[in-house]
Design a protein around this ligand. Structure first.
Ligand code: NDP
Length: 252
């Protein structure tokens, strides 16, 4: 089998995984963060979990990218920068900014995320520097420019939303408060909304099935979790804002 065919199969496997994830998460709430509960095996510190889970999206991604025959061309490099802006923050900055003292994550969740992020690194990095075709004119193509703008908008929304959450707890606190400000006026999970916009922008900027597969997976993973968070807030806080939707302003 040629590697190009293998890559196509890997990309479709990610799309199938998105469908399986979406259906599963309607029945099982992923057991981390506020939805953590016993019965999912041994646990490790939440901070370490984040670093381990996201590391393949930085290190493996760069390793796979570097092996591609277009690795030193301008447009693939621009796409690398876009990807890594998100993942360097998520892997090495975000875990050390959250108030996670004493919080743990099941090793089973960490392993699942490592496997997915490794598959995703292969699908996207290999596409960008080997199987995709992006000459320098791609940097002026409307699809790249619109995609990069959508990504940047999503990144800004995600960063602001995460920042609001990080600042809800005082040092040493572990409980939950109602977040306010920015898109929290409209939705419960602007961090997830921003993340979905980011990878939708990536799909547009790469104009590829590889990029689309990750955008679909992100929606499949985060839409059910947004529903779970939304219901959780409504059950915990009697004064939770009634007009607030779960994930999409004014819609859902
Ligand atoms: P959450 O919103 O559940 O939590 C983010 C952080 O804020 C955690 O430290 C959490 O604490 C804390 N927090 C959340 N709500 C409150 C509150 N009301 N009061 C006080 N503290 C609060 O996000 P996730 O952990 O699910 O995700 C974190 C980031 O990772 C997001 O930006 C998300 O978009 C991204 N992500 C992306 C995925 C993808 O498929 N691309 C998958 C999963 C996450 P605690 O942990 O104690 O609840």
């Amino acid at each position: 089998m040629s590697e190009a065919l293998l890559h196509t199969y890997a990309t479709w496997a990610e799309i199938v995984l998105a469908v399986v994830t979406f259906v599963s998460l309607f029945f099982i709430t992923a057991p981390y963060g506020r939805h953590g509960r016993g019965g999912w095996g041994p646990e490790i510190s939440q901070r370490l979990a984040w670093v381990l889970m996201e590391l393949p999206a930085v290190a493996l991604w760069i390793g796979i990218y570097a092996m591609g025959s277009h690795a030193w061309e301008a447009a693939p490099l621009a796409l690398l920068v876009i990807w890594q802006i998100h993942y360097v923050n998520r892997t090495f900055v975000f875990p050390f900014r959250i108030r996670a003292d004493g919080k743990t994550t099941p090793v089973s969740i960490v392993l699942t995320a490592v496997v997915f992020n490794s598959l995703n690194a292969y699908v996207n990095a290999r596409w960008v520097s080997e199987f995709g075709s992006y000459d320098t004119s791609w940097l002026y193509d409307a699809r790249f420019l619109v995609g990069a703008a959508v990504f940047a908008t999503g990144f800004a929304i995600n960063q602001h939303a995460d920042w609001v959450l990080m600042n809800l707890r005082k040092p040493g606190e572990t409980g939950y408060k109602i977040p306010r400000g920015g898109l929290y006026a409209y939705i419960t999970c602007p961090n997830y909304f921003g993340e979905i916009l980011e990878w939708t922008g990536w799909a547009i900027a790469t104009w590829s099935l590889a990029g689309l597969s990750f955008a679909l997976y992100t929606i499949a993973n985060l839409a059910p979790r947004a529903r779970d968070h939304h219901r959780w807030y409504q059950s915990k806080f009697s004064d939770y804002p009634k007009e607030r939707r779960a994930l999409v302003p004014f819609v859902w």
